[in-house]
Design a protein around this ligand. Structure first.
Ligand code: HBI
Ligand code: FE
Length: 282
């Protein structure tokens, strides 16, 4: 019988945060808020506004959960950091978003390997206030549990990467950002929309499941959806035949284009051509 896995949930212990940590939070919020107008998706900004408590300092998860729970039935739980995939998916499948309790040090303002409380809350929670996206995130968790059983985690984590973390959406006013990894990054908020370097490609599920990604640099390509319901609808299908069909295809290097790609904007690739190592900011 499977040993019941600890769900890695810990107490947030909000009282234990030091003033310097709340100060780092406020600096990060101010830095990113100043960059979002005209760039973040309207639904992201609406979610951020509904979470007005984010401006005071590291939020008390219980207070945040009052707001989030009323909006979409989601809640955040404190964890020490990255948790194993099966634990992560089990939380998502139950409308619980694991949030790292720690906050980066002042020296890490511009580079952080692991998601901290700022990336997880400022980046991910505003979109969890959107019912369609919230439904997608739960469906993703259920899909992740199935993918683990099918040995297809590598493919499925690309879907998370190119939507939840680095997704763009088309609006009447132009492309906008809903991906957590972009909105919580000082540099990538500009790069994702303004740079001529990356390709911007219409989202296609099989294409995304084949496309690799690098975790320590800006994206060489971004995928663009039309609306969040599109994500929920795709997550309803059984991925088993899709994974099987993918077995006869090769993975696609970031930045490479396929003839079938519906290109919204062809990139120059200049950023990645210059071997300059760009520290990613979560
Ligand atoms: N754990 N706490 C935490 N946060 C994440 O975003 C996270 C994780 N574990 C696994 C994971 N993300 C990725 O493998 C996803 O692609 C599943
Ligand atoms: Fe994240």
């Amino acid at each position: 019988m499977l040993i019941a896995r600890d769900d890695y949930v810990i107490a947030q212990d909000w009282q234990a945060y030091r003033p310097a940590e709340h100060h780092t939070w406020r600096r990060l919020v101010a830095r990113q808020r100043s960059r979002l107008p005209g760039r973040a998706a309207p639904d992201f900004l609406a979610g951020l506004d509904a979470l007005a408590i984010l401006d005071g300092g590291i939020p008390d998860f219980d207070r945040l959960n009052d707001i989030l729970g009323k909006a979409t039935g989601w809640r955040i739980v404190a964890v020490p950091g990255l948790v194993p995939d099966d634990v992560f998916f089990a939380h998502l499948a139950n409308r619980r978003f694991p949030v790292a309790r720690f906050i980066r040090t002042p020296e890490q303002m511009d580079y952080l390997e692991e998601p901290d409380v700022f990336h997880d809350i400022f980046g991910h929670v505003p979109m969890l206030m959107n019912p369609n996206f919230a439904d997608y995130m739960q469906a993703y968790g259920e899909g992740g549990q199935k993918a683990l059983g099918l040995g297809a985690l590598k493919q499925l984590s690309r879907l998370y990467w190119y939507t939840v973390e680095f997704g763009l959406i088309e609006t009447a006013a132009g492309l906008r950002i809903y991906g957590a990894g972009i909105v919580s990054s000082a540099g990538e908020v500009e790069f994702a929309l303004d740079s001529a370097s990356p390709h911007r490609i219409r989202f296609d599920l099989k294409r995304v499941l084949r496309t690799e990604y690098k975790i320590d640099d800006f994206q060489a390509n971004y995928f663009v959806i039309g609306d969040y319901r599109e994500l929920f609808d795709l997550a309803q299908q059984d991925f088993t035949p899709i994974y099987r069909a993918l077995e006869n295809t090769s993975d696609i290097n970031p930045g490479r284009l396929l003839p079938a790609d519906e290109l919204l904007q062809r990139g120059s690739g200049k950023h990645h051509a210059s071997s300059r190592f760009t520290k990613r900011i979560l």
